[in-house]
Ligand binder design. Structure first.
Ligand code: AMP
Length: 437
């Protein structure tokens, strides 16, 4: 049996990196006063159809959807979907629990798996993990303010820096209000009429159904045509222009670098005004580390109260790929502080049981004092214990009959080669001193 195409197992030592990323994200979110939300991994299919948009690639071809049969008369058969993204679920929860009634901004973050039936390739999987956050609330809480957009972007720049991601680029755009977008769609449609016949079949379809999506096209021969199309900045109304200018002014004041990218319209229908993406050159074709934007009408689309918001989702898999590429050549293997090697006589079963038991006691003592301990096995020969210890730990502690009697243990440090005799009472302190490397 093998893991399903597009899914994979994450194993140590790489999982240590995943944990470090998540710990850093939690720490940064806490400093910006965000709280964690955990929504279910599957939801009613209608949530995504309405929230993300029927016309999007995600909803039209990438969702894992099934009919969930009723198990009792009181239940209805329901169409369910593994979440392809988490914003719709967060906004559903915001509405369901009346979170807006507090009158305060809700600042929520999540970390968890998402599912899309995409064509797998490097950095693109069918189960992947996103770290994301949303700032949402009633307009009276200041949820429409461009300061919220700038604060989220500033937080992201801090998070990527603290994760150690070097050379990220923030692409920024405004897709305006839905009225602005309707105007822009008309302008695009008109501009596409004379050229679309020479473009790819996808663009020919998009020109009809959703002209904005033409800007996402990656087909090289289409690019010269796309470059001549009108830009959305020219379709923005005064309010949207003011909002965009205020976001960039705040970023300038905070010293967060960005580039304006008028083709950044993003793949989800719910975005309004500010949209953004952070990319990294080391990722290849799938170069987006994260994407997000404002979604001022989403709550109403899902039947909720007015609740403007802004959020983002970061691809954790891509953060890991970027960090692994950056630290290429560096060892990611972390070693235990010590390997405890009970050293007995294979022939004397009783003695072995006693030694192994004593070794467990010693390991427990040291672990309770905060040390990372690997516990060996008394029936191993000395050489086998040393080989195993060298691979997993910085030091080896030998526990034989003599050591047990005297309470003086033999410790060898693998990087210095030094062998020492250490009284049991001083062992924890001795082992915790970093190796003199
Ligand atoms: P989106 O929800 O499409 O805006 O995606 C936000 C971020 O999630 C992207 O910038 C990627 O980093 C990540 N992402 C999206 N789809 C995938 C996928 N299939 N595999 C891995 N990461 C993904």
């Amino acid at each position: 049996m093998k893991a399903v195409r597009g899914t994979r197992d994450l194993l140590p030592p790489e999982t240590a990196l995943w944990n470090r990323i998540e710990a850093t994200a939690r720490d940064v979110f806490a400093r910006y006063n965000f709280g964690e939300i955990r929504t279910p991994v599957f939801e009613d299919t209608g949530l995504f159809a309405r929230g993300v948009g029927e016309e999007t690639d995600i909803v039209s071809k990438e969702m894992y959807t099934w009919e969930d049969r009723a198990r009792a008369q009181s239940e209805k058969t329901q169409s369910l979907t593994l979440r392809p993204e988490n914003t719709a679920g967060v906004v559903r929860a915001y509405i369901e629990h009346g979170l807006g009634e507090s009158g305060l901004l809700q600042k929520l973050y999540y970390i968890g798996p998402q599912f899309r039936r995409e064509r797998p390739q490097k950095g693109r999987y069918r189960q992947f993990s996103q770290i994301g956050a949303e700032v949402i609330g009633p307009p009276s809480a200041g949820s429409e303010s461009p300061l919220r957009d700038a604060e989220v972007l500033e937080m992201l720049s801090t998070l990527l820096d603290e994760l150690g991601i070097k050379g990220w680029i923030l692409h920024l755009n405004s897709v305006g209000s839905s009225a602005d977008r309707a105007r822009y769609n008309d302008a695009l449609r008109a501009a596409l009429v004379p050229v679309v016949g020479q473009m790819c079949v996808d663009c020919q379809r998009r020109a009809e159904t959703n002209p904005l999506r033409v800007l996402d096209c990656k087909v090289p021969t289409d690019q010269p045509f796309i470059e001549t199309l009108p830009v959305i900045a020219d379709s923005l109304d005064e309010e949207s222009k003011k909002h965009y200018a205020a976001v960039t002014a705040a970023l300038d004041a905070a010293g967060v670098p960005y580039t304006r990218n008028h083709r950044l319209v993003r793949g989800l229908d719910y975005y309004t005004r500010t949209t953004f993406e952070f990319t990294h050159g080391g990722l290849g074709a799938q170069n987006a580390l994260l994407g997000g934007g404002r979604y001022d009408g989403l709550s109403e689309m899902l039947g909720g109260p007015r609740a403007p918001g802004i959020g983002f989702a970061m691809g954790e898999d891509r953060l890991v790929l970027t960090l692994l590429a950056q630290q290429e050549g560096e060892s990611v293997v972390t070693k235990a502080d010590a390997y405890i090697a009970p050293l007995g006589d294979k022939e004397k079963a009783d003695e072995l049981v006693k030694l192994n038991a004593a070794a467990l006691g010693l390991a427990r003592e040291l672990r309770h004092q905060g040390l990372w301990i690997e516990l060996g096995e008394g029936s191993f020969r000395l050489k086998k214990s040393f080989d195993a210890a060298d691979k997993t730990a910085r030091q080896i502690v030998i526990l034989g009959e003599d050591e047990l009697q005297s309470g003086i243990l033999t410790v060898k440090n693998f990087s210095t080669g030094v062998q020492s005799k250490v009284p049991r009472g001083e062992l924890a302190v001795f082992l915790s001193i970093p190796a003199n490397e």
